[in-house]
Ligand binder design. Structure first.
Ligand SMILES: CC(C)(COP(=O)(O)OP(=O)(O)OC[C@H]1O[C@@H](n2cnc3c(N)ncnc32)[C@H](O)[C@@H]1OP(=O)(O)O)[C@@H](O)C(=O)NCCC(=O)NCCS
Length: 251
């Protein structure tokens, strides 16, 4: 099922009202065409609804409301963990109807920085798990985003256990998959990616087709252009970034 290319897309963070448009991506006919190898699990139920309603997802949407690219930030913690912040945050459910525009990198960059910037940032890591055989996703996390593979056995065990809770008892290492982490340097790179898209104002494929892009939603979280520039230049703490006046960004 091919979707006509949009002329304009805008970044948004999820609210409860977006649930039907998100579910449309999981309609079997749409899902099969954009994710034929079923790399992304179907999503439904209370946890999905809470994450959508609480803004733990980001997407690119056209003027008709169709979602083209989606990513979710799953908050992982034990059921009896009463801390308001998650133990880890898993960046996953990355899906796009757009081939060749690198649109997933902009959505993941925006969502990851928003999750880090929020009061619900994880106590542990922000990371995404990729099957090593999934070439587009490996290119995305390892090359475009430049996230680092997690090697520490203890961390792998902890994040696998929480990520797969209720699915399988995952206490072993799976060499067919890699967890990639957005660390301090990773966030610097994410800020750079967003700034580059802001400067260009468009998504562009290798044929030169362009789609204009509105990233104002990220600035509305307080991650303004001035703060993104500071982050990209190596200022890495939230305290130091908050001290930078939000400023006015020309739109
Ligand atoms: C993974 C995904 C979200 C990446 O989105 P994206 O980065 O916006 O996708 P693009 O189409 O721009 O492709 C990114 C790169 O992968 C390459 N690529 C895309 N499809 C490919 C394929 N079938 N085989 C090999 N390479 C492929 C592109 O050429 C591009 O390479 P480049 O960086 O060298 O230019 C998207 O491919 C997708 O929705 N896949 C299905 C679901 C999925 O696997 N999700 C990830 C689960 S971890």
């Amino acid at each position: 099922m091919s979707t006509p290319l949009p002329g304009h897309l805008r970044l948004a963070f999820t609210t409860a009202a977006n649930k039907p448009a998100i579910e449309e991506l999981f309609d079997p006919r749409v899902k099969q065409s954009i994710d034929p190898d079923a790399q992304v699990a179907g999503r439904s139920g209370d946890i999905f609804e809470q994450h959508v309603a609480n803004g733990h997802g980001a997407f690119l949407q056209d003027e008709q409301g169709t979602i083209y690219t989606l990513t979710m930030a799953w908050h992982l913690k034990e059921d009896d963990d009463a801390h308001k912040r998650p133990r880890h945050t898993e960046i996953g459910t990355a899906l796009t109807r757009l081939q060749g525009f690198h649109s997933a990198s902009i959505v993941i960059a925006a969502l990851t920085l928003k999750e880090w910037w929020s009061s619900r940032s994880p106590r542990g890591v922000i990371a995404g798990e990729v099957s090593n055989s999934n070439i587009p996703s490996t290119k995305l996390f390892r090359d475009t985003l430049a996230w680092k593979p997690i090697k520490a056995a203890g961390m792998l065990s902890d994040i696998n256990k929480l990520s797969y809770a209720g699915v399988i008892n995952y206490d072993h290492r799976d060499d067919a998959k890699t967890w990639y982490q957005a660390d301090r340097q990773g966030r610097q790179k994410l800020a750079r990616i967003i700034l580059d898209f802001m400067d260009r104002g468009t998504l562009r494929d290798k044929q030169g087709t362009t789609i204009t892009l509105d990233l104002a939603a990220l600035e509305d979280t307080g991650l303004t252009r001035l703060r993104l520039e500071a982050l990209a230049s190596g200022i890495s703490t939230k305290k130091a970034l908050r001290a930078i006046a939000p400023g006015v960004t020309p739109r």
